[in-house]
Write a protein that binds this ligand. Structure first.
Ligand code: MD3
Ligand code: FE
Length: 216
């Protein structure tokens, strides 16, 4: 008979520097996983996850929704932030305090004080879903960092350079990992490889990613 002396202890958080201004905070969110997922459930009950169309007319393999004052959308008209959900015409659901608090404390932990996100993009990946290399540049103030939280199944993210041709590094992200990128890394190309099928105790067949942004 054995017992786990650390069963009630949060797993250890470690910080890895990817490049100047970009950090992975391993396991930073793992103690809040279920609370974050409960909030995702509530948000997506009124603003459902949907496969948006790129300006080129392709349906994205990632299902998305948003919360906060501004939501990121894509359609035939292009990529943009807007205050209303195009599915309903209503304002996006409010950003839950547990979201804001986690994003602020992760940013602060790597030196970005006073991060005040006004937008959270919720991505849900199913087996076969991926996100090609891109830059996040639809935000007005590129001096503000972005904070990302991974929940559920693991997925490999691609961390590239400031030019698309630079070969990206592969970095596995698992449940509870947080990535913060700003400063000289804010416009680096990045993406995620195809999600492999699996089962996570809290999310089943899916991986969720929350990205916190200052849109305005
Ligand atoms: C940015 N999401 O929603 S976030 C996105 O896992 C997005 O859903 C991905 O890219 C996802 O726009 C990745 C994590 C991430 C990691 C490293 C980066 C974003 C990064 C490095 C530079 C810039
Ligand atoms: Fe991105």
């Amino acid at each position: 008979m054995t017992f786990d002396m650390f069963a009630d202890q949060p797993p250890e958080t470690t910080t890895e520097t990817l490049s100047e201004g970009a950090f992975v905070l391993r396991q930073f969110a793992s103690g809040k996983g279920q609370r974050l997922l409960d909030e995702i459930e509530k948000i997506t009950a009124s603003a459902p996850l949907r496969h948006m169309k790129t300006p080129g007319g392709h349906s994205m393999s990632v299902a998305m929704s948003c919360c906060g004052s501004w939501g990121w959308v894509t359609d035939a008209g292009g990529y943009r932030y807007q205050t209303t959900d195009p599915c309903s015409g209503a304002s996006w659901p409010a950003m839950p305090p547990v979201f804001t608090g986690l994003a602020r404390s992760a940013a602060l932990a790597v030196g970005y004080a006073d991060f005040t996100p006004d937008s959270c993009l919720i991505n849900r990946y199913e087996p076969g879903s991926k996100m090609g290399l891109h830059q996040d540049k639809d935000e007005q103030d590129l001096a503000q960092p972005i904070v990302s939280v991974s929940l559920g199944l693991p997925q490999v993210f691609q961390f590239g350079g400031l030019a698309r041709r630079e070969r990206p590094a592969s970095i596995p992200l698992s449940h509870g990992d947080v990535v913060v990128w700003g400063g000289p890394s804010r416009l680096r190309y990045h993406g995620v490889l195809t999600l492999k099928a699996g089962v996570h105790p809290l999310t089943g067949p899916w991986r969720y990613n929350l990205t916190f942004r200052c849109a305005r």
